[in-house]
Design a protein around this ligand. Structure first.
Ligand code: GLN
Length: 284
């Protein structure tokens, strides 16, 4: 069988199992099975697969059909144009979370961000993306999960930012030694009742409690002490959570400026809170 036929069959098999992004995932699995780059795949389309390569490919396709995410099978996921190592110790970064990076970079155009915190960093995709775009910034990245931070360490070394991204284990802001100008957080926000045992990803990274907003609420309570005067908070939220989260923030920061922004599907996805200098002092 040629690579071309194998690619088509892998894609058809995945599509037949209801996998939405079958064209891309078929390609990723074939590349991984053959250990070749995308360019090589497309220049070698007429070459025959060896029996061993074929066996490897169909084994991977079978794993995918059983629900295992392609990112875990291939131990990699692209985020903000960068390749991150991932395994079941961390949540697989989602494209929506690139909005947090974009929102943070927009803020960086108008203010000096010398210290930034990424809370619930997981595989550290957000913090590394920011570190590469903002070479002057010192970034603290925290997670309650020690196994997740092992993966984060791999990615900081892979992208050469281990000296500027400080990985700290602990609850939300508590391990961070100084107030920062910006806090970004993609915390677990899935309602407990929606978590199925079939998920391959760590429960801890998804479980947002009964309403889905418990972790976000916890962070909101800590923010006053962790932000510098005039600081900013950027939160990723789940569908329909904008009112609940806005009211948490209003309660703690009655004068804060709050904005909500949608993702590409039109779902409200990012909430930002900006403090004025005097508010931050009161809050602390
Ligand atoms: N968007 C993710 C999902 O629906 C949830 C990520 C999170 O809880 N922060 O699977």
């Amino acid at each position: 069988m040629t690579l071309k036929t194998a690619l088509r069959r892998a894609r058809d098999t995945l599509a037949g199992s209801g996998i939405e992004d079958a064209p891309l995932e078929g390609e990723l699995l074939l590349k991984y099975a053959l250990n070749i780059s995308r360019t090589r795949l497309y220049t070698e389309l007429e070459r025959e697969l060896s029996p061993r390569e074929e066996e490897t490919l169909w084994r991977l396709v079978e794993r995918r059909r059983n629900g295992e995410p392609t990112a875990y099978i291939t131990t990699s996921r692209e985020f903000y144009g960068l390749d991150f190592y991932v395994d079941p110790r961390v949540l697989i970064p989602r494209p929506e979370s690139e909005l947090l990076v974009e929102a943070a970079l927009k803020l960086a155009q108008n203010r000096h961000l010398s210290a930034i915190a990424d809370i619930g960093t997981g595989c550290v995709a957000i913090a590394v993306s920011l570190a590469l775009e903002l070479p002057e910034a010192k970034i603290y990245a925290t997670d309650i999960s020690a196994p997740a931070l092992e993966v984060a360490g791999i990615n900081c070394r892979k992208h050469g930012v281990a000296d500027r991204v400080h990985l700290l284990q602990g609850d939300m802001l508590t391990p961070i030694p100084e107030p920062v100008e910006l806090i970004v957080a993609n915390l677990p926000y899935v309602e407990k009742s929606e978590l199925t045992p079939l998920r391959f990803e760590p429960r801890l990274a998804l479980d947002g409690g009964a309403e889905g907003t418990e972790r976000i609420g916890q962070l909101c309570r800590q923010v006053g002490a962790g932000l510098k005067s005039g600081g900013c908070l950027l939160l990723e939220i789940g569908q329909g959570q904008e009112n609940a989260v806005t009211s948490f923030l209003r309660r703690f920061f009655p004068e804060g400026e709050i904005e909500v922004a949608p993702d590409l599907s039109g779902i409200e996805r990012v909430i930002s809170l900006s403090l004025t200098s005097s508010q931050a002092r009161v809050a602390r």
